[in-house]
Design a protein around this ligand. Structure first.
Ligand code: NAP
Length: 282
């Protein structure tokens, strides 16, 4: 399906580059079928050198040339960019957005034609081909476009088709999810060092612990709760840590943080719909 298509990555930063790297590595398309844009010339030169893709500073050129446009800029500037490019979108194109909070309806209205819009929420494990990318279709999307989006994001991990009304919660869950886990690992590293262990040893132990725990979660049928119960013997060391966390309502605080991320995704979407975007960062 993608053999003769040109894929434009508009705003090839962290997520955009991960997508380019995944598409090239998986040989899903030829590098020359990919065109990327951003403002920084040195970054564009790096992308051209590393992946042999086409590069441009012009978003309108990218939109004109692409069959699939992947909008990978920050949500706050997406509206302005769509306004600049609106004359260059054309029939037969598919627009895919990964911007947090921004609805397919908003993009459809900005694009201004009956162009299918797909909204995807990948996460940073895309950098190592292990993202989860839930996606949904806008009002003009068909099963064919769903398959296209799935093919593209399969290059950086797994995909799942969901209802758009779930996407703000999904943004807080899996979109932001890796950051929560990294934060816990930061805490573990700080604790290890404060207990007097050498930093290089602490980092090695924490990295492999994170990898091993993730593998265990993926490869057993047991839930995280069951896995934790398995290593928590009465009056043991894990029990001492868990008792302290529970006494301090750690999970309640953590869940409230996740709800804050969800609320921010909703706010970003609403700010765009009211035309007041731009004030805060994701
Ligand atoms: N990071 C995540 O975990 C994650 C997860 C899911 C979804 N997302 C979504 O992915 C999108 C990108 O996030 P990111 O983390 O990849 O951000 P990022 O690294 O900042 O990438 C955005 C890129 O947009 C470029 N840009 C800025 N202004 C531009 C313009 N006028 N024209 C063309 N390019 C422009 C920037 O490069 P220059 O400064 O060189 O122009 C930058 O490299 C966001 O909408 C975010 O909501 C991110």
């Amino acid at each position: 399906m993608l053999t003769s298509k040109v894929i434009g990555i508009l705003g090839a930063g962290n997520m955009g580059e991960a997508l380019v790297a995944g598409l090239v590595k998986a040989s899903i398309v030829e590098p020359k079928q990919i065109i990327v844009s951003r403002r920084t010339e040195a970054a564009l030169a790096y992308l051209a050198d590393t992946y042999r893709v086409q590069v441009t500073k012009s978003n309108t050129e990218l939109v004109s040339k692409s069959d699939l446009v992947v909008l990978s800029v920050k949500p706050q500037i997406l509206g302005g960019i769509l306004d600049q490019c609106s004359l260059y979108f054309h029939e037969g194109q598919v627009v895919i957005s990964i911007a947090a909070g921004i609805t397919t309806k908003f993009i459809e209205e900005k694009v201004g034609k009956e162009i299918p819009v797909v909204r995807v929420m990948p996460n940073t494990p895309a950098l190592v081909g292990e993202a989860i990318s839930p996606y949904c279709l806008g009002r003009y999307g068909t099963a064919e476009q769903a398959l296209l989006a799935s093919q593209i994001f399969s290059a950086v991990g797994r995909t799942v088709l969901v209802r758009e009304e779930y996407l703000d919660a999904i943004t807080a869950l899996s979109g932001t999810g890796p950051a929560y886990l990294f934060y816990l690992l930061e805490g573990l590293i700080e604790a290890g060092v404060e207990m007097g262990l050498p930093e290089h040893l602490v980092k090695a132990l924490v990295r492999q612990t994170a990898f091993g725990a993730a593998k265990l979660v993926m490869e057993t049928t047991r839930s995280p709760r069951q896995l934790r119960a398995q290593v928590t013997s009465p009056q043991g060391t894990t029990h001492a840590a868990m008792t302290y966390l529970e006494a301090h309502s750690f999970l309640d605080i953590f869940k409230k943080a996740v709800f804050k991320a969800r609320d921010r995704a909703v706010e970003l979407g609403q700010a765009h719909e009211n035309g007041s975007e731009g004030a805060k960062k994701w």
